[in-house]
Design a protein around this ligand. Structure first.
Ligand code: TYD
Ligand code: MG
Length: 457
């Protein structure tokens, strides 16, 4: 038996050190080192296909001699996932899908595994029993499921044995943190185990051409599986996010070796699985008959996808000495900055008011083009004057109250136009080079916040 060896790993980047360090020399993070026992048995044992040892030795070749082949993709039966992946699963690729517990990762992957037609899918679960997965599968509708196999196993060596016997077309692993490899002695979920298991699966994917989808849990601070190393190893990193108490979920691509990262998939969690949403704007705008104050609609872009999103603000006299400020789905610091701009540049006395801001649908927006809608919603609530639902907004607000240009304005205008909005407020610096005559919608190009208020109230 080999001697016990322990090492310290940085939780953030996976840096290995023989002793504990306060600050990681690789990623400069503080207090991220944890000790792990590495007891390597026979390090010479290769990982998958150990007996046959069929790994082909690779040789260097000239880039001009390498045959260029179109990467082969297989559609996944799920239009949203295909879009995010850049047109389907690439053969031999490894996809990591991360998300908080309970967000719906297992549901999504099982649903895809059940619906993939004419493909043998192996769903490896280390988290649930066969019965639990069966129960979940029964809840999900539209399933075919004839070629979906379930394996409840956590030892990678056994998984590889089953893979060789079954020869699936796609493998799903739920989740990477539950797997353990016999080559390493630390507990499942530890950095060295996660890294080793991913490396073994990666070799399997590259050598057989079978795509592997890994599910990974996200830690509290938002990084996948603690160590960021996983993100470096895989080809594609997707993040499944949303508010657990809302029904909408967003599938975002963070890294993609085979496509753009600007694509985005949207789902609705229903009692019988996740439903793909192909037209997000229509559901994100709440239906209402009367016009209410404190609501403004922003034409935002999530990735490359235009979406009209409702921003709601409530501004009321503070009952306590210190006013409350809270925002859901929007950065609170940015909200405070916008409120300060309104106070200083436009003379609204907001510092004595409680301000609550909410982005409808539980969606988180980072697009700066939502600024103008936030400002308008706040003033609409403050003055208690509704803004007509026929108006929408797409502009960033600067510190001096100027209205700044945003990216891809034509796409935003086109989406608002398509949905029947009558007026869109944009920055006047955005007008350059766009053909406004092709839109039916009236375009209000403004340079200062006050201009928007004069036009609206
Ligand atoms: P799950 O997929 O297990 O989340 P994760 O694998 O990311 O931890 O489940 C997410 C939640 O979705 C769970 O609380 C129950 C709910 N759910 C539905 O609303 N509808 C369904 O059809 C299913 C299967 C689950
Ligand atoms: Mg799960």
């Amino acid at each position: 038996m080999a001697k016990t060896r322990s090492a310290y790993f940085c939780q953030s980047c996976g840096y290995e050190s023989p002793k504990w360090l306060g600050k990681c020399p690789a990623c400069q993070q503080w207090n991220t080192f944890v000790e792990e026992v590495l007891e390597r048995g026979n390090t010479k044992v290769p990982t998958w296909r150990s007996e046959t040892g069929s790994r082909i030795l690779s040789k260097p070749s000239k880039v001009t001699d390498i045959e260029s082949i179109e990467e082969r993709r297989m559609p996944t039966s799920d239009a949203e996932l295909d879009r995010v992946l850049g047109g389907g699963l690439v053969e031999g690729s490894m996809v990591l899908i991360g998300g908080e517990p309970g967000i719906g990762k297992s549901t999504l992957m099982l649903q895809i595994a059940l619906n993939m037609r004419n493909r043998k899918v192996l769903y490896v679960s280390g988290e649930e029993s066969e019965q639990q997965i069966k129960m979940r599968a029964e809840r999900i509708r539209n399933q075919d499921g004839a070629e979906c196999y379930i394996l409840t196993e956590t030892a990678t060596q056994n998984i590889f044995k089953q893979l060789e016997a079954l020869q699936p077309d796609v493998v799903v692993v739920d989740s990477i943190q539950t797997l353990h490899s016999a080559h390493i002695d630390s507990t499942p979920g530890s950095i060295s185990q996660v890294r080793e298991c991913t490396a073994e699966l990666l070799r399997f994917a590259k050598e057989t051409g079978v795509p592997v989808i890994l599910i990974g849990h996200i830690t509290k601070d938002g990084s996948i599986a603690g160590p960021k190393i996983l993100e470096h190893m895989v080809d594609t990193v997707l993040q499944f996010e949303g508010d657990r108490h809302h029904v909408y979920r967003i599938l975002r691509s963070i890294k993609n070796r085979f496509g753009a990262t600007s694509e985005l998939g949207i789902y609705e969690m229903q009692g019988n699985g996740l439903r793909e949403i192909s037209n997000p704007s229509e559901i994100l705008l709440s239906q209402r008959e009367e016009e209410l104050s404190g609501i403004a609609i922003a034409s935002t872009l999530e990735g490359a996808r235009p979406m009209l999103i409702e921003t709601q603000a409530l501004v009321s006299v503070s009952a306590y000495g210190t006013p409350q400020r809270s925002a859901t789905g929007f950065d609170t610091r940015r909200m405070n900055m916008l409120l300060a701009v309104l106070e200083k540049r436009c003379g609204f006395r907001l510092s004595i008011k409680d301000v609550f801001l909410n982005i409808a649908g539980g969606i988180k927006v980072e697009d700066p083009a939502i600024d103008l809608a936030v400002v308008v919603a706040a003033i609409s609530s403050h003055e208690d004057i509704p803004v007509s639902g026929k108006n929408c907004f797409a502009a960033e607000v600067g510190l001096s109250g100027e209205i700044r240009a945003v990216s891809r304005i034509e796409q935003r205008i086109a989406e608002a136009d398509k949905l029947g909005f009558e007026r869109i407020f944009i920055s006047r610096y955005n007008l350059k080079g766009i053909d406004t005559t092709r839109f039916r919608i009236r375009i209000e190009a403004i340079g200062k916040i006050e201009e928007a208020f004069t036009l609206l109230f």
